[in-house]
Design a protein around this ligand. Structure first.
Ligand code: IVH
Length: 667
C-alpha cells in the first residue's frame, strides 16, 4: 500500500518534472507539486526500504523548492569495505602492508562502527555553515537547520591550537540511542503513526524532517570520526584528527583506540563485541583505519572505498523461532498494531517472545503467517524484529493474517485511509483509545496527576465514570473511594493531585492534549510563540508555519485539532472546571542568557543597540560595553573594530546577528 503510493508519487512527480523542465509546460502549480513531494518525503522517511532509485528525492538539483537542497561534498564521502571474519581482517592487514612494502606491524586506529546516518558538517572560520547527509557520497541533502537542533553539534568551534581552522569539513554519524528509540516508537504507536523498524531508520527519518521542531524533539546525537576538506591546521594522523576534533568541541567516541599490529586489532574487536551489550546505542562492528595520514595517501582509494580502512563487522544477533499467533493492539488514536507472539528464544542473552510487525504492509511484504518459522533479530535493547520467513520450513498449514475489520476492543469498524500505513478503529469513544488518551493526559511530562496511573484509569473508564479528559475534574471523593481496592486516603490523595493539576503550565497542558506531532518540545515552541491557547486555537496554518521550527506537518495537525467541535467542547469543559491555562513560566525558557555577559559590536541590521541590550536583559543576561575575559559572547555586526579583535585573542565565542537571534529564539 505505502510502497504502491510511493511508486505512484514518484511516477507523478517525474512526469511533472518533465513537463516543467523539458516541455516548459507545467500542468500543476508549484504548491501542488510541493504537496506531493512532501507526502513522498514523509513516506520515504518511514519506509526507507521502499525508496526508488528514480525518486525525485534522490536526484541532484531536482525541483525542490522547500524540501532539501542538494549539497555537493568538497571531497567524496567514501564508504567502507567489510571484513566479515578473522581471515578477512588478517588479509586486509597483509594486503595493506604489502602495498606499503612494510614488514613491520602497522599502527591502526580502531573505532566502534556506529549504525546511524553519515553526515558532513562544514565549518568555515569556526562556524557551522552547512550540514548535509552523505547521499550518494558525491551529493547529499542540505539538513543544516535540522542538524543545528542536535545539542552535541557546536554551532561554533572552540578555539584550540591557537585558533580555529579556516575550513574544516567534519564527518560523523548521527544516531539515536536505544532508550530514545524505544520512547519515540512508543509515542508513535500511541499516536497512530507507523513505528520505525530500527534506530538507524529513526535517526534518518528524524533528520530528514521538514519541520525542524520535530527533529529537535528527537534526541539525536552525533559522533564525529573523520574529516573531509580542511585548511589552516596541520594534521598528521587519524589519532591526531580525533584529538583535534575533540579539542574543537566536537563529540568523538571515547572508545576509539590506537593499536599496533593485527593481533591488537583482533583483541579490540573482541572487547567491543563484549562491550556492545552495555552500550546505549547500536554498533555493528569496528572500523580499522591506518593511523598515518601520509600512509593513507600512499594507499589511496578505490571508487567507492579507501584502501586504508575497513569495517570489521560483528556477527548478526539472529535466531530462528516460530510464530505462535499474531494479535492486534489498539493505541491512543485507534491504530491497530499487529504483534507476533513467538516461541521464546534466547538471542545473544535476551529472551525474545514478541516482535512488532508494525502494520499490514509489513506483514504482507515479509509474508509472515501464523505458524511460520522466522529469523528474529535483536538490535540491542530494542524491540526485536522478524527479519524474514524461512519459506523452506512451510508445511502448508500456516495461516495468513489480516488486521481485523472490527476493533478487538470495542467491536467498531476499522478503516485504513488512503496514503496511510495504519488501520484504525474509528470509534473515538473506544475504551482502548479513551484509556490511552487519559494515561497520556495524566502522565509525568503532561498534567502529572500523581496516583492516576494505568490501573486506576482502566477502572474509571470501565465503570463509565470517565469518558474524556474533562470528566477527570468531575470525579468526587465518594466515586473514587467507592472503587474496588481504593482506600479512602488514596482517594483523597488522587483528588488532591487532580485539583493541583488545574494549575499546570500551559505548555504541559498543550502536550497533555495529545495532538499529533505535538510532543513536549513542540508544545513549548508553540506556547512561547502564541502565549495563550485562544490565540493558538485560532491560528491559521500560515501563522503557525511562520514560527521558527514549525513546518507543515505540525501546522496541519494543530489546525485540524482545533477545528474539531468535539475537541473545542472538551477544552471548554476543562476551562469551566477550573483548569487554568497559565502561560509558560518565564524561567528556564526565555532566561537562556542567565548570568551571561554579552558584548555587541559593529552595526547590527535588525536591532538597535538599545533593543539588543533590552532583549539580553529580559533573558537574564548582561550587556557589557567592553570585552574582557568574563565576556561569554560577542555579537559582531558590520564594520566591527578592535573589540572583535580582542575577543578573538581571548578566545571568546563570536556570534553573527543571525546566530544571536537564533540562539535566543527570536527567529
Ligand atoms: S569512516 C573513508 N568511521 O560506516 C572512511 N565510518 O560503511 C569512511 N561509520 O558511511 C567512513 N562509524 O556512515 C567511519 N567510526 C567510523 C564509522 C563509520 C560508522 C559508517 C559511515 C560510513 C559507513 C561505511
Amino acid at each position: 500500500m505505502s510502497q504502491q503510493r510511493i511508486k505512484e508519487l514518484v511516477d507523478e512527480l517525474n512526469y511533472h518534472n518533465h513537463r516543467y523542465y523539458v516541455l516548459d509546460d507545467p500542468e500543476i502549480s508549484d504548491a501542488e507539486y510541493d504537496r506531493r513531494m512532501r507526502e513522498l518525503v514523509a513516506l520515504e522517511n518511514t519506509y526507507p526500504e521502499f525508496i526508488l532509485p528514480e525518486s525525485p528525492t534522490q536526484r541532484v538539483g531536482g525541483r525542490r523548492s522547500d524540501v532539501f537542497e542538494p549539497v555537493t561534498h568538497a571531497l567524496h564521502m567514501l564508504s567502507l569495505d567489510n571484513a566479515l571474519n578473522e581471515d578477512e581482517i588478517v588479509e586486509f592487514d597483509a594486503r595493506t602492508r604489502r602495498t606499503l612494502g612494510n614488514s613491520k606491524p602497522l599502527e591502526y586506529v580502531c573505532e566502534p562502527k556506529l549504525d546511524g546516518l553519515a553526515v558532513e558538517l562544514v565549518y568555515a572560520n569556526g562556524f557551522l555553515t552547512v550540514a548535509s547527509t552523505r547521499g550518494d557520497g558525491i551529493t547529499g541533502e542540505n539538513v543544516t537547520q535540522n542538524i543545528r537542533t542536535i545539542k552535541s553539534v557546536p554551532i561554533k568551534l572552540l578555539s584550540a591550537k591557537g585558533g580555529v581552522p579556516e575550513r574544516l569539513d567534519v564527518r560523523g554519524e548521527v544516531i539515536l540511542g536505544y532508550k530514545e528509540f524505544a520512547k519515540l516508537n512508543q509515542e508513535r504507536e500511541e499516536n497512530g503513526e507507523p513505528t520505525f523498524a530500527n534506530p538507524r531508520n529513526a535517526a534518518a527519518g528524524s533528520l530528514r524532517q521538514l519541520d525542524s521542531a520535530i527533529t529537535a524533539s528527537r534526541p539525536l546525537d552525533i559522533y564525529c570520526y573523520g574529516i573531509g576538506q580542511f585548511s589552516g591546521i596541520n594534521l598528521t594522523s587519524q589519532w591526531d584528527v580525533l584529538q583535534s576534533l575533540r579539542a574543537f568541541g566536537l563529540k568523538t567516541n571515547p572508545l576509539a583506540d590506537k593499536v599496533v599490529g593485527i593481533e591488537q586489532v583482533k583483541t579490540y574487536h573482541q572487547e567491543m563485541l563484549e562491550r556492545r551489550e552495555t552500550l546505549s546505542y547500536d554498533i555493528d562492528g569496528i572500523v580499522v583505519k591506518v593511523n598515518s595520514l601520509s600512509l593513507q595517501q600512499q594507499l589511496g582509494s578505490k571508487t567507492k572505498s579507501p584502501r586504508w580502512a575497513i569495517a570489521y563487522k560483528f556477527p548478526a544477533r539472529q535466531e530462528t523461532t516460530q510464530v505462535l499467533d499474531i494479535i492486534a493492539q489498539v493505541g491512543r488514536t485507534g491504530t491497530l498494531t499487529p504483534v507476533a507472539r513467538m516461541r521464546s528464544v534466547n538471542v545473544s542473552g535476551v529472551d525474545v517472545s514478541r516482535a512488532t510487525l508494525h502494520n499490514q504492509d509489513e506483514i504482507d511484504r515479509k509474508d509472515v503467517r501464523i505458524g511460520d518459522w522466522v529469523v528474529v533479530q535483536r538490535a540491542g535493547d530494542v524491540i526485536p524484529e522478524i527479519v524474514k520467513v524461512i519459506f523452506s520450513k512451510r508445511t502448508g498449514r500456516e495461516k495468513k493474517y489480516t488486521l481485523p475489520a472490527t476493533c478487538p476492543v470495542c467491536g467498531s469498524e476499522t478503516i485504513r485511509l488512503a496514503g496511510e500505513a495504519a488501520q484504525r478503529c474509528i470509534n473515538l469513544a473506544c475504551p482502548a483509545q479513551v484509556k490511552e488518551r487519559i494515561y497520556h493526559f495524566a502522565s509525568k511530562g503532561a498534567m502529572d496527576i500523581d496516583g492516576l496511573g494505568t490501573r486506576l484509569v482502566d477502572q474509571l473508564v470501565e465503570t463509565g465514570l470517565v469518558k474524556d479528559v474533562a470528566d477527570i475534574y468531575d470525579l468526587t471523593l465518594e466515586q473514587l473511594a467507592g472503587l474496588d481496592r481504593m482506600a479512602h486516603k488514596s482517594a483523597e490523595n488522587v483528588l488532591n493531585a487532580i485539583n493541583k493539576s488545574k494549575k499546570q503550565t500551559l505548555d504541559r497542558f498543550l502536550f497533555a492534549l495529545g495532538i499529533r506531532f505535538v510532543g513536549e518540545h513542540v508544545a513549548r515552541v508553540l506556547i512561547r510563540a502564541f502565549k495563550n491557547l485562544d490565540r493558538l486555537a485560532s491560528a491559521s496554518k500560515e501563522d503557525l508555519m511562520a514560527v521558527h521550527e514549525i513546518g507543515p506537518q505540525v501546522a496541519e495537525s494543530v489546525v485540524d485539532f482545533f477545528a474539531s467541535d468535539e475537541n473545542r467542547h472538551v477544552l471548554q469543559r476543562l476551562k469551566q472546571r477550573g483548569v487554568e491555562m497559565k502561560p509558560i513560566e518565564e524561567k528556564g525558557t526565555s532566561k537562556i542568557l542567565e548570568n551571561k555577559t554579552l558584548v555587541f559590536t559593529g552595526t547590527l541590521q535588525t536591532l538597535s543597540r538599545k533593543e539588543a541590550q533590552t532583549i539580553t536583559e529580559e533573558r537574564g543576561g548582561h550587556a557589557a560595553s567592553s570585552v574582557s575575559k568574563n565576556t561569554d559572547y560577542i555579537v559582531v555586526g558590520e564594520n566591527a573594530g578592535s573589540k572583535a579583535t580582542k575577543a578573538t585573542e581571548l578566545g571568546i565565542t563570536k556570534l553573527t546577528e543571525t546566530e544571536f537571534r537564533k540562539m535566543i529564539g527570536l527567529d
